[in-house]
Design a protein around this ligand. Sequence first.
Ligand code: PEP
Ligand code: MN
Length: 367
Amino acid sequence: MKIDLDLHPLDNKLENKNWPILIAGPCSAESEEQVMATAKELATIGKVSSFRAGIWKPRTRPGAFEGVGKIGLPWLQQVKKETGMSLSTEVASVEHVEACLKHDIDVLWIGARSTVNPFVVQAIADAVKGTDITILIKNPVNPDLPLWVGAFERFNKAGITKLGAIHRGFSPFKKTVFRNSPEWSIALELKRLCPNLPIICDPSHITGKRDLISFMSQKALDLDMDGLMIETHINPDKAWSDSEQQVTPRHLNDIILNLILRQPTLSDENLQTQLDKFRAEIDQLDEDIVQKLSARMEVARKIGLYKKNNHIKIFQKSRWENVLEGRVALGKAMGLSEDFMRTYLMQIHQESIKNQTEIMSEQKFDD
Ligand code: PEP
Ligand code: MN
């Protein structure tokens, strides 16, 4: 299935010549001096297509710095006047949209905490109806792809065709090394569903740590993301929000210079033939795995029937523990990570239990 969005290219407000989209600037606009100093250094890099700065900041707890508000919008206009960079900021209400439209902001983005709320998304979509504005939509904080897709559809229905996605990671269930878990499978599925929708990666909010931005940016480009949004501050350690993840313009320049832009496909035919051979091997292995999985599920169903006929419970804790630990150890001995093995076995187990529950209750469950 594909999602049918009516999309137009993002044009020079976001697109670079010969380089992916690059949006950079501070997490928050703090003062005219901070905004201008950051912007002037960024302009010298030459690859920044749009200058970002948060004017209204969604903060987890009250009392934190919540943005300078609309007094910051003329500072952004000054950036455009002096550097020529287009302007991007986050909007979360109709009032924000109206203020931005009055101040010549080129690109509005919907923050992760707003994408989760269809009322907010709809209100903003209605407020930009009839304009030619570019809208970027960050993924919702929860890993819900239909909710993200729904937000694009709402803007498209309002006649907005210059749309892009921002992948900024998802609130983690457990603490991880990253501030927000990337869950690449969701971003890649969005790419598959909406092939013409540009996706920009925000390694700053994914990693939460400036030392990991370079690694995450390279990964994003290798996974065919169309651009990057990187929080950049003239003095990151003194930033009023997201201090740990911001980089200086000079650091941003180093990150960019070290990024490798790989080709989507190989131009040399011999190299392509070798790649095709490897891929044929993978295809065959995947086919074998699917057949084995299907056979395994068939046995799980037979066990389900056996349990039903003999009146025993579906779940037996010690058996599951033995299966899990035994397979994890086997996988580790064969070079597969513990994390991967656990996730894989939990999924299989969940599906087996679902099948056995259906047999036990003689009812079918969709999920
Ligand atoms: C931001 O870009 O500064 C921001 C608040 O982003 P997010 O919505 O991803 O948290
Ligand atoms: Mn931020």
